[in-house]
Ligand binder design. Structure first.
Ligand SMILES: N[C@@H](CCC(=O)N[C@@H](CS)C(=O)NCC(=O)O)C(=O)O
Length: 297
């Protein structure tokens, strides 16, 4: 008995040269609630373990948005890379008020571990993504090489990708990329609301989940790609703040080969933007995922 929870298969679809499967299990990290995720596996005729790219979605999303609209599968199949799509929050925790707003609570877990007592039992998306899902999927005998992981995401999920990459003391991810990430959450309305809501220590505690803060203290070699659109209303409203992240990266000595931030003329915040640059992002990660040893280490 490994003690790992049983994965229940909910659906399976052939897509490009691969298979997308939706699973459900009882999540200890999320306080015993049911959690769902999608996993794309390339057909992988050789049968060896494949590297994996974790995709974190944005506010209001589930494990389905990136899978259905990201446009990642053709290129992932051709590169022989798996993609894991977790959900964006626990579902049904029953905390009063968690369903009142679209940008907080259900659908808005922010990829952190909550410390406020009312949220701490269930809102542990950081542990869910970095520890629990790899363990549960590995225990099910699925052929993923967890030593070759990278991470990407959109908006709140871009924030999750950058911060989980930058804060990992075990170098869990080889590279990170993001579409319109919330880049400096302690300085924007979405981040302020999340950190004040989930964290006992509010914004000061939130600094450890802020990519702009984290990169200012980074010293290791980094592999980061960020795209944002100039037609993105959330960018115009000051929710994304990629310039702050870029400045912090350059001040910390990272050049454009280690941290590339690209402004894409006219694109908005939607999956039309994401799918346009999907292939670029998967190829970016493939450079690092396909190496047997992690470059720069
Ligand atoms: N619900 C918000 C929009 C939220 C939104 O744009 N969410 C983004 C992530 S921040 C998303 O990916 N939405 C789902 C989708 O486009 O599939 C509104 O009505 O203004």
């Amino acid at each position: 008995m490994s003690g790992a929870p049983v994965l229940e298969k909910l659906s399976s679809n052939r897509v490009f040269e691969g298979e997308l499967t939706k699973y459900k299990f009882k999540s200890a990290a999320l306080g015993g609630l049911d959690a769902q995720f999608n996993l794309f596996m390339p057909l992988n005729p050789g049968g060896a373990k494949v590297p994996v790219l974790v995709y974190l979605a944005g506010l209001t999303c589930t494990e389905d948005n990136g899978a259905q609209k990201g446009g990642f599968f053709g290129v992932a199949a051709s590169q022989n890379i798996a993609i894991l799509f977790p959900d964006t929050s626990p579902r049904g925790a029953g905390v009063p008020g968690e369903d009142d707003d679209w940008d907080f609570g259900t659908g808005a877990g922010f990829y952190i571990n909550a410390t406020k007592p009312e949220y701490a039992k269930n809102y542990n998306m950081a542990t869910h993504i970095t520890v629990e899902l790899p363990k549960v999927i590995e225990a099910a005998g699925i052929a993923i090489d967890w030593k070759r992981q990278s991470i990407f995401g959109h908006s709140m999920g871009g924030h999750g990708a950058l911060t989980l990459y930058l804060s990992s003391t075990t170098k869990q991810y080889r590279s990170a990329s993001a579409f319109a990430p919330i880049s400096n959450p302690t300085k924007c309305p979405w981040g302020e609301k999340a950190f004040k809501g989930y964290l006992e220590g509010g914004l000061p505690e939130g600094a450890k989940y802020d990519a702009t803060e984290l990169i200012s203290k980074a010293t290791e070699p980094l592999h980061i790609l960020v795209d944002y659109g100039t037609g993105d209303n959330f960018y115009k409203q000051g929710q994304i703040l990629p310039e702050n992240f870029l400045k912090s990266a350059r001040d910390a000595g990272y050049d454009e080969f280690q941290v590339r931030v690209r402004s894409q003329e006219g694109y908005d915040h939607s999956y039309y933007f994401i799918s346009t640059f999907a292939s670029d992002h998967v190829h970016f990660h493939a450079n690092f995922l396909k190496a047997r040893k992690q470059p720069g280490i």
